[in-house]
Design a protein around this ligand. Structure first.
Ligand code: NAD
Length: 269
């Protein structure tokens, strides 16, 4: 029988943390070695026999030999990543909203411990990461590229990490840098749309798990590609798969979803 992967869930009281815990318990391939959250979230976790703590470090020896999975907030994940590096604990991060400097620091820490970060753990989005640049190239520069994303009203960052990651792929396909061409606000007398631009707009409200629509707007026609996440289980399943994959890997690069799995159809490519 295959050995269970021991995991520590950081942000265990949050929406993603709770979903990861439930899925891990249902799947049976995982043993939960510890649960971490802020002081305010800890009380809700303090039932049963699983060790709980305010940080990865606070869990002490419980974290040894486990893979940590962190879905919290950028500053919290940076602190977890530093602890994981000093403890030698592999870490999967799903948090979004990192600054460029924080991402550079994650790449440094990835030299010390196996570190994985993906702004979106779903199969569908990762397939789109490959297909959208092909579409952009095939359609050519006459097609303007725009994106709209929708998320629940409590999401803290905008545009979503997924929208930015998809935007980077679209920009790359045209030989552009996303920060130089992204337009996320239009208001007032804005004049004609520059050709070298990618609009990424964010809508917020209700309980929407995540919708991303990419528009290719051309002469006389348009193409719309929409990905809709129906539940958080999709992301949670991806995070668990990443944890299993990361266990026993060597440090050296900041791994991402692309490193972990043969996407459907890879055999025919
Ligand atoms: P949430 O607010 O429901 O949960 C976050 C949890 O982290 C909370 O319980 C909070 O108490 C805890 N936390 C915050 N700071 C902490 C700290 N310093 N130490 C320990 N715990 C701390 O948020 P959520 O909806 O679960 O999303 C969390 C993150 O995951 C966001 O950045 C979101 O954008 C991202 N996310 C990523 C994916 C993906 O596929 N990569 C999918 C969904 C959400």
């Amino acid at each position: 029988m295959e050995e269970k992967t021991r995991i520590v869930i950081v942000g265990a009281a949050g929406r993603m943390g709770r979903t990861i815990r439930r899925l891990a318990e249902e799947e049976g391939d995982f043993a939960i070695a510890g649960l971490v959250d802020r002081e305010a979230g800890l009380a809700a976790l303090q039932e049963g026999s699983i060790p709980v703590g305010g940080s990865l470090e606070a869990l002490g020896a419980q974290a040894a030999g486990a893979v940590a999975i962190d879905f919290t907030a950028p500053d919290a994940s940076m602190a977890t990543a530093a602890m994981a590096a000093s403890l030698g604990v592999p870490l999967v991060i799903g948090t979004t909203g990192f600054s460029e400097a924080q991402k550079a620091r994650l790449r440094e820490l990835a030299q010390k411990t196996p570190l994985f970060w993906s702004a979106n753990m779903s199969v569908g989005i990762n397939v789109l990461m490959r297909l959208l640049p092909e579409l952009a190239r095939a359609l050519g520069p006459a097609y303007d590229m725009e994106m709209v994303e929708i998320h629940h009203g409590r999401k803290k960052d905008a545009p979503s990490g997924t929208a930015l990651a998809l935007g980077e792929k679209l920009a790359e396909a045209r030989g552009w840098e996303l920060p130089e061409v992204r337009c996320s606000a239009r208001d007032g007398i804005i004049g004609a749309r520059p050709q070298k631009e990618i609009g990424i707009q964010a809508l917020r409200g209700g309980d929407v798990v995540g919708v991303h629509t990419v528009y290719f707007l051309g002469p006389g026609e348009r193409i719309e590609v929409t990905h809709q996440a129906h539940s958080r289980e999709n992301f949670a399943g991806g995070a668990l798969r990443a944890a299993r994959w990361l266990s026993g890997r060597k440090p050296g690069k900041l791994y991402s979803m692309e490193d972990t799995f043969d996407l459907p159809g890879d055999g025919q490519r």
